[in-house]
Design a protein around this ligand. Structure first.
Ligand SMILES: C[S@@+](CC[C@H](N)C(=O)[O-])C[C@H]1O[C@@H](n2cnc3c(N)ncnc32)[C@H](O)[C@@H]1O
Length: 242
């Protein structure tokens, strides 16, 4: 099997990504459009444009960075997709020109950078591309150790006649790494979709921002801006210049 790198997830999942993750929260689009304040936005790990396309429909000019050519091809084949410029590359390096009032990374994609150092570098590179009043918005899951028994988890994701999808996960608490395989079974056999993530604790996220000269301006438990509490499954964090 080839070594896992930044193209692996997207290249494996591109052909079924929109079937599995088609829906988006309309309040996410409203909140992101509000945070862009009429200016352009940059999405890190833009994928097939699940968020970027409706945000563009709201009048926000979106630019994306994406490592997987197969994900980009899916985006560009959609109506309006050709109007979104995408830079092929590692979003951690933020390999684009210019400054943006809004840079965002959603759906836990920040965790696709697999070391703390790469995640810190990402914050620093983002800070270099924000306008003076600009914000960096991250949507990440709240790490939940209760999911794991002996650092393992198996979850039934979908089941139908002749179809079964399970997520098999191994957890490394020392490196904060999660190794998963989405496994989809049909009558013709099994197909594997590998995912690797390095999760970040909220306090660690805020420290990464501080190292980059940013500070936490807002933290919500969802896109409708409800407060983040100990029951929140995810956190939306808005960072601005210190
Ligand atoms: C979970 S998907 C999210 C896609 C999109 N943001 C969404 O919300 O639907 C993560 C995306 O990030 C891309 N990706 C992962 N690591 C990357 C990296 N280091 N640089 C650029 N893209 C990366 C993957 O190819 C994939 O398209």
């Amino acid at each position: 099997m080839e070594a896992y790198n930044e193209t692996t997830y997207g290249d494996h999942i591109a052909h079924i990504y929109d079937d599995w993750y088609e829906s988006y929260d309309p309040t996410a689009i409203e909140t992101l459009a509000e945070l862009a304040r009429g200016g352009p936005a940059l999405e890190l790990g833009i994928g097939t444009g699940r968020i970027a396309l409706p945000l563009q429909d709201k009048g926000v000019m979106v630019h994306g960075i994406e490592a997987s050519e197969k994900m980009i091809a899916r985006l560009q084949a959609k109506p309006g997709g050709y109007r979104i410029p995408v830079t092929l590359g590692d979003f951690g390096a933020v390999p684009v020109r210019g400054e943006f009032p809004l840079i965002y990374v959603v759906f836990n994609t920040l965790f696709a950078l697999l070391t703390q150092e790469e995640q810190i570098q990402c914050f620093q590179n983002v800070a270099g591309h924000l306008t003076p009043e600009g914000v960096f918005v991250t949507e990440t899951f709240m790490p939940d150790m209760k999911r794991f028994q002996r650092d393992q988890n198996i979850n039934l994701a979908a089941m139908d006649d002749g179809y079964l999808r399970i997520d098999v996960t191994q957890h490394d608490p020392v490196q904060q790494l999660i190794y998963s395989q989405h496994v989809a079974w049909t009558e013709s056999g099994a197909r594997f979709y590998p995912v690797r993530l390095r999760y970040i604790w909220p306090s660690e996220l805020d420290l990464m921002a501080r190292l980059a000269g940013l500070h936490l301006a807002q933290r919500w438990g969802d896109w409708d801006k409800r407060p983040f509490t100990s029951d929140s499954g995810k956190l939306i964090s808005v960072f601005s210049r210190a």
